[in-house]
Design a protein around this ligand. Structure first.
Ligand code: PMP
Length: 668
C-alpha cells in the first residue's frame, strides 16, 4: 500500500495571486508546507501537483530548487491532476493538502492517515466536523474511490475541489477525526494578502518547527478575516504590548489564565497600570470593573487593601531580606496551625505549584512509595503533568486535555494516576494495590462531594497507607476561615494554601500532621526566596482583615446571588443555563454547541460597557451590593441581545475577533 501526499499549488489565485511563493519570516509558503509535511511518519512520498500552465513555471523552478517532487497536470481540472499524479507515482492512497496552509501539521497528517487505515473507509478527514484550526485540513482517500467518484458524478465541483463528491454524495464511507477541544474558530490559512501580513507579524520565531499545539501554547491565535479586522480592530496599547510580548515571552505571560486569548483574543486590555477595589486601569487609562476572576482568586478582599498594603510597606521600610530569617514566618505557621487544629507544622513557598510539589515530596519521603492518585489541578510540575503521559505516546494528553506533557520524562509515566471526583470505587481500585504514597485532591471545585465520599477517601487512605492531601490553593479561605475541608469535617494529613492567603502577595503554604511533616527533614526541600519577608507579612495582615470582615461569608453570599441572577435571567430568556462551582468561585455555561462563541460575545459586550467579565466570577468583599447591581443590569442588557443573536444564528458574525481559547479539562 503506497500512501502519498499530493500538495496542490498554483500561481493564479483569484483572491491573492502568486501567494504560494510569498514568504513568512522569509520562507515561501510552499517551502513551509514541504518542510512541515516532510516530518510525517505515515507518508511514502510527497508530491507537489501544479498546473501545466506556463504561469506555474516559476513555481516549478522554485520547487525543483527545493528538491521537491513535482507533477504537472491540467489547470482547471484539479481532480484529474490528482488522479494522473496518483497513477504516475503508483499511489494507492492519497493525502490531499493545499499550499495555502503553511502551518499544516505533520502530527495531524499522521493522525488522519492512521484513522483512515484503521476505519477502512473510502475517505477520512478532519474537516467533516471541523475541530482543528482552519488551515490544518487533511483529507485521505483511496485512489480507486476518487476515480470512481469522477466516473460516477463528473461534477464541476469535483473537478475544482477534488474530493467534493467523495465527501458529500453519500455514496462513499467516510470518517472524521476530531480534536477534544474545538479550535475550528481559528483561521490559520492564507486567503488574502492581509492574512499573510498577519501571519508574518504574529507567528513567533521558530514557528516552522513547532507543532500546532506548541504554536497554540505560544498564544498564537491565527488570522482574523480582514473585514472583521477593519471593523473591530481599534487596537489598544495593551493589545499592542501583548503582541510584542509574544515575541519575547513564550506564551506572552507566565499564567495560562491571564492570556488575552482566554478571554477576548485581539481585544482584551491585557495589561494594567493600577488596581484598587475592583477597579482596574489599563494602559490607555480606561477604567474597568473586575467581575471576572479577581486575579484568579488571589484577591478575595479586593485589590490594594490598605491594611495589607500598609503592613507590607512597613516591612519594605524595615528591610525585605537579610541573612537572618523573618519572624513573620513563625507567626504565620502558628496562625495556620491554630486555624487547623489537626495540623502541627507548616512550610511556606511562593507559588501553588511549588507547595503542591513540596507536599508530594513529603508524602513520598514519608511512605517510601512513588505513586500518587490525583483529582484536581495541582500545578505545572513534572510529577503532576506526568499524569498525561500515556503508555502509547499517541495518547499523551488525553486524560487531562489541554495540559501537554511534552518535556516530562517518559520514565514518570504511570507514577501519577487521575481518578474521577465522587468515584470512590475507582479510587479503591488504585489504593488496594498498596503502591500509593498519596491521594491528592481539591476538596470540591465545580460540584460538591457525594454523601460520604470525602469520609470514604479519608478511611481508605488510612487503611492503605496513603497520605491524604487536600489541595486548598484555590478553595482555601473562600467558604470557611481556613480550608474548605473544615466545612466537611474531614481532616487530611497535609493541606496546601495559596491564592487568597496573601491577598495578591506571593505566599503559599503546606500544613500537616507533625509525623508527616517531619519527613521534610529526611529529604531536601529548600529555596532562597521562600525566606523573603513580604509573603508572610502580607498573609498575617490578610488573615486579620479576613477575620474582621468575615470575608468568606461575604464572598459566598455574593457568589450565591450571582448564580441566582444568572439562572433567573438566562432561564427567562429561554437559554439552557448551568451554574456550578463553590459560591465564591461561581461559573455558568449554556448547553449550546456554540457556547464558546456566545461566551466571547458576552465578554466583548461587557468590556465595551466597562466591565471585565467571563463565564466565571470569583467574588471579593470589594464587590459591594451597589456594584453587583450594576453588573446585573449590564448582564441582563447584554444577554437580551445575545439571546436574540443566538435565535437568529448571528452570534459568530457579531464577534470582532476570534473566539476565546479554552482551558484544560478538570477532574472535579
Ligand atoms: N492547585 C490548585 C487547586 C489551583 O487552583 C492552582 C492554580 N490554579 C494551583 C494548584 C497552582 O497554583 P500556582 O498557579 O500558584 O502555581
Amino acid at each position: 500500500m503506497k500512501t502519498i501526499a499530493v500538495i496542490q499549488a498554483r500561481m493564479s489565485s483569484s483572491r491573492f495571486s502568486g501567494k504560494v511563493m510569498k514568504t513568512i519570516h522569509g520562507i515561501t509558503l510552499v517551502e513551509l508546507v514541504a518542510s512541515r509535511m516532510s516530518r510525517s511518519r505515515t507518508l511514502d512520498q510527497i508530491v507537489f501537483a501544479i498546473s501545466d500552465d506556463a504561469g506555474d513555471d516559476p513555481l516549478a523552478l522554485h520547487l525543483k530548487r527545493l528538491g521537491c517532487e513535482i507533477f504537472r497536470g491540467p489547470l482547471d481540472d484539479v481532480q484529474q491532476r490528482y488522479i494522473d499524479c496518483a497513477e504516475a507515482f503508483g499511489a494507492d492512497n492519497l493525502v490531499r493538502i493545499t499550499s495555502d496552509c503553511p502551518l499544516i501539521d505533520w502530527g495531524v497528517v499522521d493522525l488522519v492517515v492512521e484513522e483512515f487505515l484503521k476505519a477502512n473507509s473510502d475517505y477520512t478527514s478532519n474537516t467533516i466536523e471541523p475541530t482543528f484550526p482552519d488551515g490544518l485540513d487533511v483529507e485521505v482517500f483511496s485512489v480507486s474511490s476518487l476515480i470512481s467518484s469522477r466516473d460516477l458524478f463528473e461534477s464541476d465541483l469535483g473537478k475544482e475541489h477534488v474530493t467534493y463528491d467523495l465527501r458529500e454524495s453519500g455514496a462513499y464511507t467516510t470518517s472524521n477525526v476530531r480534536h477534544v477541544t474545538d479550535f475550528s474558530n481559528l483561521r490559520w490559512t492564507v486567503d488574502y494578502q492581509d492574512d499573510l501580513k498577519q501571519l508574518d507579524e504574529k507567528l513567533p520565531a521558530g514557528f516552522k518547527d513547532m507543532t500546532w499545539q506548541e504554536l497554540l501554547g505560544t498564544g498564537f491565535t491565527g488570522v482574523m478575516s480582514s473585514n472583521l479586522r477593519n471593523e473591530g480592530m481599534n487596537m489598544g496599547s495593551g493589545q499592542k504590548l501583548w503582541n510584542r510580548a509574544k515575541q519575547v515571552i513564550p506564551g506572552g505571560g507566565m499564567l495560562l489564565s491571564k492570556r488575552s486569548e482566554m478571554y477576548l483574543p485581539d481585544q482584551w486590555p491585557s495589561y494594567y497600570q493600577k488596581s484598587k477595589g475592583i477597579e482596574i486601569t489599563d494602559l490607555d487609562g480606561r477604567k474597568f470593573l473586575d467581575f471576572s476572576l479577581m486575579s484568579v482568586g488571589t484577591c478575595s478582599l479586593g485589590y490594594g487593601v490598605d491594611s495589607v498594603d500598609n503592613a507590607v510597606k512597613e516591612a519594605v521600610t524595615d528591610g525585605v531580606m537579610s541573612s537572618l530569617n523573618s519572624p513573620a514566618e513563625v507567626q504565620l505557621a502558628e496562625r495556620l496551625i491554630d486555624l487547623h487544629p489537626w495540623a502541627d507544622m507548616a512550610r511556606f513557598a511562593r507559588s501553588g505549584g511549588e507547595a503542591n510539589a513540596i507536599a508530594i515530596r513529603i508524602a513520598r519521603a514519608r511512605t517510601g512509595k512513588d505513586k500518587v492518585a490525583i483529582c484536581g489541578y495541582h500545578g505545572w510540575h513534572d510529577w503532576y503533568l506526568s499524569a498525561n503521559l500515556a503508555s502509547d505516546s499517541n495518547l499523551d494528553g488525553h486524560l487531562l486535555p489541554g495540559l501537554e506533557p511534552s518535556g516530562v520524562p517518559r520514565a514518570l509515566a504511570g507514577t501519577t494516576v487521575p481518578f474521577e471526583y465522587n468515584d470512590i470505587e475507582g479510587l479503591r481500585k488504585l489504593l488496594v494495590t498498596g503502591e500509593f504514597a498519596a491521594v491528592k485532591m481539591e476538596v470540591s471545585r465545580n460540584f460538591g462531594p457525594a454523601k460520604g465520599f470525602l469520609e470514604s477517601v479519608r478511611e481508605m487512605c488510612t487503611q492503605f497507607g496513603a497520605i491524604l492531601i487536600f489541595d486548598e490553593c484555590t478553595s482555601g479561605f473562600r467558604e470557611t476561615f481556613g480550608g474548605l475541608h473544615l466545612k466537611y469535617g474531614v481532616e487530611p494529613d497535609l493541606a496546601m494554601f495559596g491564592k487568597a492567603l496573601g491577598n495578591g502577595f506571593a505566599i503559599t503554604s503546606v500544613i500537616g500532621r507533625g509525623d508527616v511533616m517531619q519527613a521534610a527533614q529526611s529529604t531536601f526541600i529548600s529555596s532562597t526566596f521562600w525566606t523573603e519577608r513580604l509573603g508572610p507579612v502580607a498573609a498575617l495582615a490578610t488573615l486579620a482583615e479576613m477575620e474582621k470582615q468575615r470575608s468568606w461569608t461575604v464572598i459566598s453570599q455574593n457568589g450565591a446571588n450571582i448564580k441566582a441572577h444568572w439562572k433567573k435571567t438566562l432561564t427567562g430568556l429561554g437559554l439552557p443555563v448551568q451554574v456550578g462551582g463553590l459560591d465564591s468561585l461561581a461559573t455558568f455555561s449554556l448547553d449550546l454547541p456554540n457556547w464558546n462563541a456566545i461566551k466571547t460575545f458576552f465578554t466583548q459586550e461587557m468590556l465595551s460597557r466597562g466591565l471585565l467579565a467571563t463565564s466565571a466570577f470569583y467574588s471579593s468583599t470589594a464587590h459591594t451590593e451597589e456594584l453587583m447591581a450594576e453588573y446585573f443590569n449590564v448582564f441582563d442588557e447584554v444577554f437580551e441581545e445575545a439571546a436574540l443573536m443566538v435565535t437568529e444564528g448571528k452570534i459568530e458574525s457579531r464577534l470582532l475577533g476570534p473566539a476565546a481559547h479554552q482551558g484544560f479539562r478538570r477532574l472535579n
